[in-house]
Design a protein around this ligand. Structure first.
Ligand SMILES: [Zn+2]
Ligand SMILES: [Zn+2]
Length: 270
């Protein structure tokens, strides 16, 4: 068994062969997946039924990505409304991905921070965990999580490739760290060292499919089945077996989503 804590199954890249992608994942033992939806991208929502049909039990997350924050200059309240509606539409169990990306900086930094902080406040209000995208922006990301989260935000840093210090800052906030296929790259020795020292109960693994395919699939379209390569590499770095690590990350994902799952069932009854 295995999990993919972060993938974009509603991306156009999977439109033609979603059922085959899902069945390869199941054959590889990938039982659980979190599908990330961009709250203001209607094409992705149009594919939600197809994703559900291909992968029953898939969990949805939705938010506004930092790349899209530029759309909300002077109207951050609209961003919050859009995310709130998107969460309801798909019964999302978490808000994501949201955060800060100073590498591409498609939107001005201050606006990225504003849109991010507003979504963190929404997550606290809805009592849902968050999936955070942060690139070349660790300090500001942690600062927003501290201020807007006010000690009440739970979540995961997705695609974690940071230093031991970055990891410590996130762990101190009670966050999980999700390790991507990058950990399989020959030059990722430093990341493998960091991963070796992380607490077992805060580890998740992900593909970020269709992006970032692990070795030996590098350069191809990524898909959830390939998460087994990441688990293999993380297990080797930590001196654990593939099966033990697979079980551990699955149980971590259940714990991570646990509170929101219970919450959803309560809402369904009401
Ligand atoms: Zn991301
Ligand atoms: Zn992503």
């Amino acid at each position: 068994m295995a999990i993919d804590s972060h993938c974009h199954l509603a991306d156009a890249a999977f439109e033609g062969d979603l059922a085959a992608v899902a069945s390869r994942a199941h054959e590889a033992g990938v039982t659980d997946a979190v599908c990330i939806l961009s709250s203001d991208t209607e094409e992705e929502f149009a594919r939600v039924d197809a994703v559900r049909a291909a992968w029953p039990g898939v969990v949805f997350a939705t938010a506004i990505h930092p790349h899209r924050a530029g759309e909300y200059a002077g109207r951050v309240a609209d961003a919050v409304r859009v995310v709130r509606e998107a969460v309801t539409r798909v019964s999302a169990l978490l808000l994501g991905e949201m955060g800060l990306d100073y590498h591409y900086a498609f939107a001005p930094r201050d606006l990225q921070r504003e849109v991010f902080a507003a979504q963190i406040a929404l997550a606290v209000e809805l009592d849902l965990p968050v999936a955070i995208h942060t690139r070349e922006a660790t300090d500001d990301t942690i600062a927003v999580l501290r201020e807007a989260g006010a000690g009440r935000v739970r979540g995961v840093l997705h695609c974690f490739t940071g230093t031991a210090e970055d990891a410590r800052a996130a762990l101190d906030l009670g966050f999980y760290l999700s390790i991507p296929g990058i950990v399989t790259f020959p030059k990722a020795g430093a990341l493998r060292e960091v991963v070796a020292g992380l607490p077992a109960d805060r580890l998740l693994v992900e593909t970020d499919a269709p992006y970032l395919a692990p070795v030996p699939h590098r350069g191809k379209r990524n898909e959830p089945a390939f998460v087994v390569e990441t688990i293999r590499q993380v297990a080797a770095a930590r001196g654990e077996t593939f099966d033990d690590l697979s079980r551990q990350v699955r149980s971590n994902l259940q714990d991570f989503l646990g509170a929101s799952r219970v919450d959803t069932s309560v809402k369904a009854v009401v």
